[in-house]
Design a protein around this ligand. Structure first.
Ligand code: ZN
Length: 343
């Protein structure tokens, strides 16, 4: 068996322990404060690592245990973003949320996640991935009352993310991933400035860089939206050719139970493809054989050395035991196909 192919990883998040935040909610509030919260977050990261290691996940994350949300958890550290006076806004044309406002030039007073990556690095011997929101998705998760241009605001965020990502690399991150679900919605903007903003965010990095693009968490608004997309989801068809020409190393996407025509993966030739083989929108735990089936289908279009079995999206909204079962299924399914390939 060649242990270096079909390395498993996850999109990013895992459920939090019940003593840290109420389960099965996005934006769940912290149940601890002060010193207890800081220590609780570190303990939760340790647990997330142990769960991934025990399941057999090869490239691990902190399970995003230190953040309440994948976008606002970063925005709240920036200057120029007002969280006191939130406004209601549609997110990705899909659901309403109360979002912060940009009220002045955005800047990052101090590093946000470098200490967390150092801690993560010290707690595991496996390669580690750290996730950041992508510039376009950041723009799409707040109200702009200052820049007057989504592109200009995205470029300002990209420059902040680039400083952050360079520090994460220096702190020991093997992969820095930018989460860009907005890429699946605003195709013209992706072409006009979205890819350029992503490239600015990853500029100069020597570690692997990934972009995660998906159809969202398994929350009702996303499930309802997916029902409107028809029998074939061809959104990726518009963005994969642009990503294939870009400097990004890895693309994370959803394949399990989605209606994405699997042959679209061929548009990413030359890139690492993080194939979502775990559906995060259901509590049903995949069998290893189901995971293997998704990987085999993807192998028709992706070379084995470029294929990384992964989850469709973050698992934060799931029950903890469900997520643990899915981690184990992911690793076991990948092992089945690895054995087949080594015959
Ligand atoms: Zn996602």
């Amino acid at each position: 068996m060649n242990p270096t192919i079909l390395q498993t990883t996850i999109a990013g998040s895992l459920p939090k322990p019940v003593w840290l935040a109420p389960p099965r909610q996005l934006w769940a509030p912290w149940l601890l404060e002060g010193v207890a919260l800081a220590e609780g977050k570190r303990d939760a990261v340790r647990l997330a690592l142990r769960e991934q290691e025990r399941a057999g996940i090869d490239i691990v994350t902190d399970g995003e245990q230190t953040r309440r949300h994948f976008v606002t958890g970063y925005l709240e550290h920036l200057q120029g973003v007002d969280f006191e006076h939130k406004v209601n806004m549609r997110i990705r044309n899909r659901y309403d949320a109360s979002v912060p406002q940009v009220v002045g030039p955005v800047s990052r007073p101090r590093p946000v996640h470098a200490d967390e990556v150092r801690f993560l690095r010290s707690e595991t011997s496996r390669p580690v991935k750290f996730t950041l929101p992508g510039p376009m998705t950041m723009v799409d998760t707040l109200h702009d009352a200052h820049y007057g241009s989504r592109e200009r605001l995205a470029m300002a965020f990209a420059s902040i993310l680039n400083s952050e990502a360079r520090e994460l690399e220096a702190a020991g991150a093997d992969v820095v991933q930018f989460d860009e679900p907005a890429f699946n919605v605003y195709f013209d903007e992706v072409r006009d400035w979205g890819i350029a903003a992503l490239m600015k965010a990853r500029e100069g990095l020597k570690c692997r860089t990934a972009v995660h693009i998906c159809y969202g968490y398994g929350i009702k608004a996303n499930i309802d939206w997916k029902a409107t997309l028809g029998s074939e989801w061809r959104q990726y068809e518009q963005i994969f050719p642009l990503l294939a020409q870009s400097a990004i190393d890895q693309v994370s996407l959803e394949c399990a139970n989605s209606r994405v025509p699997i042959e679209l993966l061929a548009l990413l030739r030359g890139k690492d493809v993080l194939v979502g083989a775990i559906d995060v929108a259901t509590d049903l735990i995949e069998s290893p054989e189901q995971v293997a089936g998704t990987i085999r289908a993807a192998l028709k279009h992706v070379a084995p050395e470029h294929l990384y079995p992964c989850t469709n999206c973050g698992m934060v909204p799931l029950a903890r035991e469900v997520a643990e079962g899915k981690l184990s299924a992911l690793a076991a399914g990948a092992a089945i196909v690895r054995r087949e390939l080594s015959r």
